[in-house]
Write a protein that binds this ligand. Structure first.
Ligand code: ZN
Ligand code: ZN
Ligand code: FE
Length: 763
C-alpha cells in the first residue's frame, strides 16, 4: 500500500469546541499517524496513511464534527513523507493570520448539569463546572489562539485532578480551557453594599435574601444581572424605583420549562430555543390570569423568559430553598451598557442592589442576554437583540469583501460590524451611545474585535447623521489611518441588512420604517419606500413631512406629536375639539410649541412612522410621555383588538417622482371616532390595518412602475408583530416574494451590517 502525507487546514469554529480531541480519536480509529495543532487561523492536521483512509478521515471530519464546531473551509495538500510514529496533539502556535472563529458562550450542558447535582461527584454544587461542550468562551478570551493562557482563567493554576482531565484526550474536559474545580478554580462570594463579606454559604444566603425581597446584583457570564423575586410585587416596585425604570419590561429567569408554562404560552419551537446552547430571552405571550405581578411588564402582553444557563444560576434555583422565578434584568444604569467588573458593580450599582453575588472569574468583554421572538404566524424566530450566546459567530455575506470594512453602526442600540472575505462579524449589543460608559465600551470593543480577529479596517462606513457619536468616531478613525470614509443613508442600511439576512444581492422594493434616521435632504426620515440593492437606492415614497417640535424632546413626549398633527392637519381651531386629548392638553405648553412650529425653531421635518404611532398613541389617550424607547408605539400595539372591523385610509399622491403618503384623513377619522366614543382597541386596530393597506397599495404601485416583485421589510417599527405578519400575509397574497429579518435585528442593531455590505459594493 502506498502511503501519503497530507496537510489539512480547517477554518471555522474549531477551537474551544472539542475539535482537537475529536480529530485525535478519529485519527486513532483510522490508525493514522501525524498531529493536530491549533493555529490562529484555525486547525492544522498532518496525517500519514493510505490515500483512501485519509479521504475517509476528511469525510468523517465533515460529517461527525462536534456539536458546536462550524467548519467553513477544508484545504488539503500532499507533502513528502516524514514517517510519523504516533498521532499527537501539538502545542498551539501563535504565529499566523487569525482566521479562526471564536465560539460564542455556551449554556451549561446536560452532562455538567448532572455532575453539578450529583452528591458523589467531585464538582457537586461547584458553580463554575464546565467542559469541552459548554461554558464561557467569547467573554473570557483575550487573544487567539483559544488557550487557557489567553483567557481570564490564566490566573488559576489547575490542581492535579483538573490537569489530568485537561491533558487526557479521552476525558470530556480535554483542553476545556475554563476547566476548574472547587480546589483550584474561581469562587463566589456574597458581599453587602460596602463590599463586606456576608457570612454563610453565598448561594444559600443569596436565595434567602431574595426570598426576603432583597435586590441582588449577580455576576453572570457576560455581565451583571439585577435580580429579585419575580413573585414579590414590592421587590419589583422597589427595583423599578431604584433603577429609575418605571415601565420597561423586565426579563425573567425561571427554574424550568414547566415553571415558564405556568405564566405564558409556549410553543415547541420556543421551548427548543429556550433550551438551545445560545439560551436567549424569548418574548412569550402572557397567559390569561397569569399570576405574576403586572409590574414585571406593564401594559405589555409579552414576558421575556430565559432558562438558567450557567451552573451558578442552576444552584440559585435548585438549592433546597431555591427560587422558582427571578427577575434578571441587565445590571446597568439607565441607558448605559451592562456592568461586568466587580469593582464597577459595587461602585455603579451600589444604590440599586442590596447585596452583590460576585465571583473572581473575570469577564474580559461584556455580552448582554440576547432577545428573540418567534412569529406566531410562521414559527420563524426573529432576533431582536443578538448578543450573548450568538456573538461572535459571523454571518455569511452575499457580497465578498475585497477589503476589510468597519461599519460603525447607529446611535441607539448600537452594534458595529467588521466585514472580511465572505463574512460579517457583528458585535455584541453595545447600547445607546449617549453615556461616557457606553462610549468607552464602544471604543474598547471595536479595538478588541480588530485585534482578536486580526481584521484591520481598510474602509470605514458610517451613518450620514453628522451628529452621531459613531459617525464622528468613524470619521476620526478614517482620518487617522488614511482610510476612505463612506457615509451610508440610514434606511438604505436597514434594507441592506435585511438583504444580507436573506443572503441576497439584488434590487428589491424596500420598506424601511423606524423612529429616526437622517435623510439626504436633512429631514428626519422613517416612513420610507425605497427601491434598493446593496449598492444604491432611490426613494420612491414616504410619509408626508410633519414638524418635530423640539427634536429629541418630541420623541420623549408623544403629546407634542399629537398636537402637531392636529395643528398641521386641522389648523389652529383644533383646540375647540371636544376630545379628551384637548381637555388634557396644557395650553401654555401648546402656545410655546406652536411658536416653535410657526417659526421653525429647533423644529426639523420628519416622515417617521414611529412619530405617527406616537401621535396616535397620545391622541387616543394611551401614552403622552414615554420612559423607554418605543413605549407609546408598543402600548398602542398592545391594546389593539384586531377582531374589530374597519380601517383608516391614507391618501397617496405623486409629487414629481415621489409618492407622498398623507395621513390627514387618518387623523381626521380618529378624531371622528373619538367623538363617536369608538373604543380605543378598535381605533388602534383601524390604524394598524390602515398601515397594512397602505403598504400593499404602494407596493403594487411601485411594482407596476418598476417591475420589481420582491419586497424587503426592515426597521424597528416592524418589531410590531401585527404590522409585520399582516403585511407579509397580504403582500404574499398579492403575489410578492417578501423578505423579513431572522438573525439580524430589524432595529438599529442591524444598521452596521447594512453599512459594511453597502460600503463593499460602493468601493
Ligand atoms: Zn458541559
Ligand atoms: Zn481543580
Ligand atoms: Fe433605524
Amino acid at each position: 500500500m502506498i502511503k501519503k502525507r497530507k496537510r489539512i487546514e480547517i477554518e471555522g469554529i474549531v477551537q474551544g469546541v472539542g475539535f482537537r480531541p475529536f480529530i485525535h480519536k478519529l485519527a486513532k480509529s483510522h490508525n493514522i499517524k501525524g498531529f493536530v495543532l491549533n493555529k490562529p487561523e484555525g486547525v492544522i492536521i498532518e496525517v500519514e496513511g493510505e490515500q483512501t483512509i485519509i479521504e475517509h478521515l476528511i469525510k468523517d471530519i465533515r460529517e461527525k464534527a462536534p456539536p458546536f464546531a462550524r467548519i467553513r473551509k477544508i484545504n488539503s495538500k500532499t507533502l513528502p513523507l516524514k514517517g510519523y510514529r504516533d498521532f499527537v496533539i501539538k502545542q498551539s502556535s501563535v504565529k499566523g493570520e487569525k482566521r479562526t472563529l471564536i465560539s460564542p458562550d455556551i449554556a451549561i450542558c446536560d452532562d455538567c448539569k448532572r455532575e453539578l447535582l450529583d452528591t458523589k461527584d467531585r464538582r457537586y454544587q461547584y458553580p463554575f463546572i464546565n467542559c469541552t461542550n459548554c461554558g464561557p468562551r467569547f467573554t473570557i478570551i483575550e487573544e487567539l489562539p483559544y488557550d487557557r493562557k489567553n483567557t481570564t482563567m490564566k490566573k488559576f493554576l489547575m490542581c492535579e485532578e483538573c490537569q489530568s482531565e485537561y491533558v487526557d484526550t479521552y476525558d470530556r474536559r480535554f483542553h476545556a480551557q475554563p476547566n476548574a474545580c472547587e480546589k483550584c478554580g474561581p469562587e463566589v462570594k456574597l458581599v453587602n453594599r460596602k463590599g463586606s463579606m456576608v457570612d454563610g454559604d453565598p448561594i444559600k444566603e443569596t436565595t434567602r435574601l431574595l426570598k426576603k425581597g432583597k435586590i441582588i446584583a449577580i455576576k453572570g457570564l457576560g455581565g451583571f444581572h439585577l435580580a429579585c423575586d419575580a413573585t414579590n410585587k414590592e421587590a419589583i416596585i422597589l427595583l423599578r424605583e431604584r433603577k429609575k425604570r418605571p415601565y420597561k419590561p423586565f426579563a425573567l429567569m425561571a427554574k424550568d420549562v414547566d415553571e415558564i408554562k405556568r405564566y405564558v404560552l409556549l410553543s415547541e419551537r420556543e421551548e427548543e430555543l429556550l433550551k438551545s446552547p445560545g439560551a436567549p430571552i424569548i418574548l412569550l405571550q402572557r397567559k390569561k390570569g397569569c399570576s405574576l405581578p403586572g409590574e414585571i411588564a406593564p401594559n405589555n402582553n409579552y414576558i421575556g423568559f430565559m432558562l438558567p444557563y450557567t451552573p451558578l444560576h442552576i444552584l440559585l434555583f435548585k438549592s433546597s430553598e431555591g427560587m422558582d422565578v427571578l427577575v434578571m434584568t441587565s445590571g446597568n444604569r439607565r441607558g448605559e451598557s451592562i456592568i461586568f467588573k466587580n469593582d464597577e458593580a459595587l461602585h455603579s450599582l451600589g444604590d440599586i442592589a442590596d447585596y452583590f453575588l460576585l465571583h473572581n472569574r473575570d469577564i474580559n468583554i461584556l455580552a448582554d442576554d440576547s432577545v428573540v421572538r418567534v412569529s406566531l404566524d410562521d414559527n420563524q424566530p426573529l432576533m431582536i437583540r443578538r448578543s450573548r450566546g450568538f456573538v461572535p459567530e459571523p454571518i455569511r455575506s452575499p457580497v465578498h469583501f475585497e477589503k476589510n470594512i468597519l461599519g460603525c453602526g447607529a446611535h441607539l442600540r448600537n452594534t458595529f460590524s467588521l466585514g472580511r472575505g465572505d463574512e460579517i462579524f457583528i458585535s455584541h449589543h453595545i447600547g445607546d451611545l449617549e453615556s461616557p460608559r457606553s462610549i468607552k465600551t464602544y471604543e474598547s470593543s471595536i479595538e478588541h474585535f480588530i485585534n482578536l480577529f486580526d481584521i484591520h479596517p481598510e474602509i470605514i462606513a458610517v451613518d450620514k447623521h453628522p451628529g452621531y457619536f459613531s459617525t464622528n468616531f468613524g470619521k476620526k478613525r478614517a482620518e487617522g489611518n488614511d482610510n476612505p470614509l463612506i457615509g451610508i443613508q440610514h434606511h438604505h442600511a436597514h434594507i441592506a441588512s435585511c438583504l444580507v439576512d436573506n443572503g441576497i444581492d439584488r434590487e428589491v422594493i424596500g420598506i424601511a420604517w423606524d423612529g429616526t434616521g437622517y435623510g439626504e435632504d436633512g429631514a428626519i426620515w422613517g416612513g420610507e419606500f425605497l427601491i434598493a440593492d446593496l449598492k444604491d437606492y432611490k426613494r420612491k415614497a414616504h410619509l408626508k413631512y410633519f414638524s418635530l417640535p423640539g427634536g429629541e424632546k418630541a420623541i420623549k413626549e408623544p403629546w407634542r406629536m399629537a398636537a402637531t398633527y392636529l395643528y398641521e392637519i386641522i389648523g389652529k381651531d383644533f383646540l375647540g375639539l371636544d376630545i379628551e386629548f384637548i381637555h388634557r392638553l396644557d395650553k401654555n405648553k401648546w402656545k410655546m410649541l406652536r411658536k416653535m412650529i410657526d417659526r421653525g425653531i429647533n423644529t426639523p421635518k420628519t416622515s417617521s412612522i414611529g412619530r405617527l404611532f406616537d401621535a396616535v398613541s397620545s391622541l387616543i389617550g394611551v401614552r403622552d410621555e414615554i420612559t423607554y424607547f418605543g413605549q407609546a408605539a408598543i402600548e398602542l400595539e398592545m391594546i389593539m383588538n384586531e377582531n374589530k372591523e374597519g380601517l383608516y385610509n391614507f391618501d397617496i399622491k405623486k409629487e414629481e417622482e415621489i409618492y407622498i403618503i398623507d395621513p390627514a384623513s387618518v387623523i381626521r377619522s380618529i378624531v371622528d371616532d373619538l367623538l363617536k366614543s369608538v373604543d380605543i382597541p378598535q381605533i388602534s386596530s383601524r390604524f394598524h390595518k390602515g398601515l397594512v393597506e397602505m403598504i400593499v397599495k404602494l407596493s403594487i404601485i411601485i411594482r407596476e412602475e418598476t417591475g420589481l416583485n420582491e419586497v424587503a421589510i426592515s426597521g424597528g417599527v416592524f418589531q410590531n408583530q401585527f404590522l409585520l405578519n399582516e403585511s407579509l400575509r397580504r403582500l404574499q397574497g398579492e403575489g410578492f416574494k417578501v423578505f423579513k429579518h431572522q438573525s439580524i435585528p430589524p432595529n438599529d442593531g442591524g444598521i452596521s451590517v447594512g453599512q459594511v455590505a453597502i460600503a463593499a459594493k460602493k468601493s
